[in-house]
Design a protein around this ligand. Structure first.
Ligand code: PEP
Length: 249
């Protein structure tokens, strides 16, 4: 059975004091249910959050990782450094990293391999089409190609451990949400593509989230779509109350 995951992506928001205040407030209202919740925070806030959420069931995620074990890679953080402090998840291939920091399908694949083969950290793989690709009717082709390249040389066992976040780029931080049917159709397509690449068992195992302007007032409709197992939430995860409302959808 797939356990839904609602993950917050704080992006480059919240200093240490603000992160600790969020954690204290969120712990007071969080009720452990059959939905998993996690916060993906800036690197410098991860250690505090891991300590603060210990024993609560609330997960902690990073927003990026390097694919090499160690070396002369100034400014980078390795998978084992994240594992050492107790991080549960790591976002890989967010569209902002693809757009501004040169992330490619190739580096996404290397990062997935590194996380899956040398740590217990669950990758949250982000894929999704941009506005032009959607307007040209290319969205299914684009996500299938992103998936195939991300999965290159991954075994079915490894692929089955992934969380995949379908995030249409035109819906991120814009206030425009994909209609629940559009999001559901694309998540179903993603599951079908996983089945085509691997098998039915693997496609039944992967968690598929929707991300793109998820807010308390649209979370229920989105989460009720049968192929959607959770959400990746940007802006609305900065407020403990709003994030809790989404977790409670
Ligand atoms: C995101 O950062 O992945 C995201 C979906 O952001 P927002 O919810 O703000 O659109």
């Amino acid at each position: 059975m797939r356990i839904p995951l609602i993950a917050g992506n704080w992006k480059m928001y919240k200093n240490r004091k603000e992160a600790c205040e969020f954690a204290e407030a969120f712990k007071k209202i969080y009720r452990d249910t059959d939905i998993r919740a996690a916060i993906c925070a800036p690197f410098t806030q991860l250690d505090d959050l891991v300590k603060s959420f210990a024993g609560t069931g609330i997960g902690v995620g990073a927003q990026n990782v390097h694919f090499e074990e160690e070396g002369a890679f100034t400014g980078e953080i390795s998978a084992s450094m994240l594992e050492e402090i107790g991080v549960d998840y790591c976002i890989v291939g967010h569209s902002e990293r693809r757009q501004y920091f040169g992330e490619t399908d190739k580096t996404v694949n290397l990062k997935l391999k590194k996380l899956l083969r040398s740590t217990s950290i669950t990758p949250i793989l982000c894929i999704g089409e941009d506005l032009r690709q959607r307007e040209e009717g290319q969205e299914k082709k684009v996500v299938a190609s992103q998936l195939e390249k991300a999965f290159s040389e991954l075994s079915a066992e490894e692929a089955g451990k992934l969380v995949i976040a379908y995030e249409p780029v035109w819906a991120i931080g814009t206030g425009k949400t994909a209609a629940p049917e559009q999001a559901g159709e694309m998540c179903a397509w993603i599951r079908k593509t996983v089945e085509n690449i691997y098998d039915e068992e693997t496609c039944d195992r992967v968690i598929i989230q929707y991300g793109g302007s998820v807010k308390p007032d649209n979370a229920t409709e989105i989460m009720n779509m049968p192929e959607i197992d959770g959400a990746l939430v940007g802006g609305a995860s900065l407020s403990p109350d709003q994030f809790m409302e989404i977790v409670n959808f």
